[in-house]
Design a binder for this molecule. Sequence first.
Ligand code: ADP
Ligand code: MG
Length: 312
Amino acid sequence: FLVLRRELPEIPENSDISPSEFANDPDPSVFQKRYMKEIRELGKGHFGKVILYLYDPANDGTGEYVAVKSLKQESGHVPESWMKEIDILKSLHHNNIVKYKGCCTELGGQVVQLIMEYLPQGSLRDYLPSRKLGVPQCLMFAQQICQGMDYLHSRRYIHRDLAARNVLVENDSLVKIGDFGLSKYIPEGKIYYQVREDGDSPVFWYAIECLRESKFSFPSDIWSFGVTLYEILTRCDSRQSPPEKLREMMNSPNEQMTLLALLKMLERNLRLPCPRDCPHKVKLLMDQCWATDPEQRPSFKSLIEQLELIRR
Ligand code: ADP
Ligand code: MG
């Protein structure tokens, strides 16, 4: 990681790096804290907090807006998983994946921040409820998510947290996948990743085998995509959200029994219902994504093709 220039000790005369070299060729991925003007909070998740900043080195308001993610608990050491999230995002280059811009590191304090492009419309959860989006536009967004996910899978990463809250909206015709905080690399020859630590898991987006055996794979992302597709077609209406709806279907008031009750219900082949104006063919797609056998689920490539046919 690159260190903030301001935090560097005075550079001695005989140093290999002269201050002018710094000034002439600044690394565009190093953001200096002193030029960052906080605008407002954009969102909070389980692990991180994202704040909108204006990065304005010229100090005349001509700077650029950036979204800056930092860990919620700003305690002593920086966990390994946080560095992984940054490295993964840095290595991804696709039109439907949020762009990495750089880092901001504080020496000593070690508060490392991840700097990304700012998507003005926020997540699908912020965007969808207030618009009257037609089904064709919903399906266009869904297809773009599949395109970003197909790329991610081609790089052998699984996302593990695909949900409307983690899909960001650039404008009416472009969405990008964000939040790679739970992403994992699946080495060649392996088919799943078994999770050890399991704290605040997004269980209502989890595939049956994730609940049963904590096994995460390419097909378990497909399941979560099915849930995300459901969210899009309900326009992220909070009364029909996956946790609300699935809890209602399990009728188990006991919070502690949630996981077991959810698994039992899925094992009885019960699934989220068809959203109100959702075309039958799209519901069939969701149900394919929610096949009990992971091998029966479609790939993102196949979903792209099927969505293309439905959209025509
Ligand atoms: P967490 O890992 O804590 O869930 P996320 O990366 O999902 O953090 O970000 C939390 C929220 O912040 C998102 O749901 C979204 O509303 C907002 N957000 C995140 N990244 C951006 C961005 N690049 N532009 C605009 N809003 C963002
Ligand atoms: Mg998130």
